[in-house]
Design a binder for this molecule. Sequence first.
Ligand code: COA
Length: 336
Amino acid sequence: MSVQTHIIGVGGYLPERILSNEELSTMVDTSDAWIRERTGITQRHIVSEGQQTSDLGAAAAQQALDDAGISIHDIDALLVATTTPDMIFPSTASIVQYKLGGKGFPAWDIQAVCSGFVYGLAQADGMMRSGMFKRVLLIGAESMSRIVDWTDRNTCVLFGDGSGAVVLEAVATDSKEGGVIGSVLHCDGSYRHLLMAEHRYGGNAPGEKVDFRVDAAGVAAIEMKGNEVFRMAVKKLGEVVGEVLEKHGIKQSDVDWLIPHQANIRILKATAKKMKMPEEYMALTVDQHANTSAASVPLALNHLYRQGKFKTGNILLLEAFAGGFAWGANLVRWSK
Ligand code: COA
């Protein structure tokens, strides 16, 4: 029996605390005008003390489960795309599973930074088409504020926290039309140094006594060559969008909604322009929550979904570019 992967539930969550450009301007040498003009961002949401990436993920996932009208006990795999896990191990996915009251089914994390959700959708789709899983909970969740250097104006204005989730279901192709059409993924590690957060482990050597409270905590902060990332993002996103359309025989003009990773409004607009896509058919949320990395694509999807924008049969194009560099795109025919 041939099956296709359908999105049957969508959810999103943003932490309560809002950090506006104005407030940020009191912390580093920047201004609301500069941030808006160069990035399109007006504010970001920040986790509260003690709130973990798994808490954000669980909140979005529960909304997606409710939206699908099913419970965690109907799920048979859980994936969390994150670059800000609660801890080195266990996986954030296993913690989310526990927080949602699930047990027994496999749960694991995906690390492709801002492309994590796009990678995750491709991975889940492949596994579901092979018959391995019937229902998958796919989550993108991030606490980027925890790995930002809040004294570095070049990076701290760009990021925020949040989560988004979808429930995926494998459905026989002869019983329902639509679902994930296909995906294209890429990575080129020769660019890894242009955008990274190096985690410095404790440097523990055999025989040494380690103070885990200090050493194992490690330090990680985002370092980025903004200009070079910008140029490559525009180039590679333009290419991958063309590639996924060509691979699946779909014309640019057939795409109803563009759901890009929300990093910088200028990057988003460049891709829309390349596709000759009117901007009102592009999800735009970067102004409200800045770059939430792996959470950004499902948050953008959730944003349009909650407004009732998608009609059955609409073609959605999801795309993202990330540190690595890792980038990719998915095509989905809306069927909910
Ligand atoms: N406030 C005010 N000035 C700032 C600033 C800030 N927050 N951040 C940088 N500047 C300054 C720079 O120091 C520089 O000053 P100088 O000319 O005196 O040296 C000036 O603004 C211009 O910097 P530049 O880097 O040329 O700006 P830009 O137009 O390229 O915009 C980014 C910077 C970071 C917004 C842009 O490069 C970008 O969005 N890059 C991609 C980032 C991204 O999307 N990363 C994630 C991908 S997943």
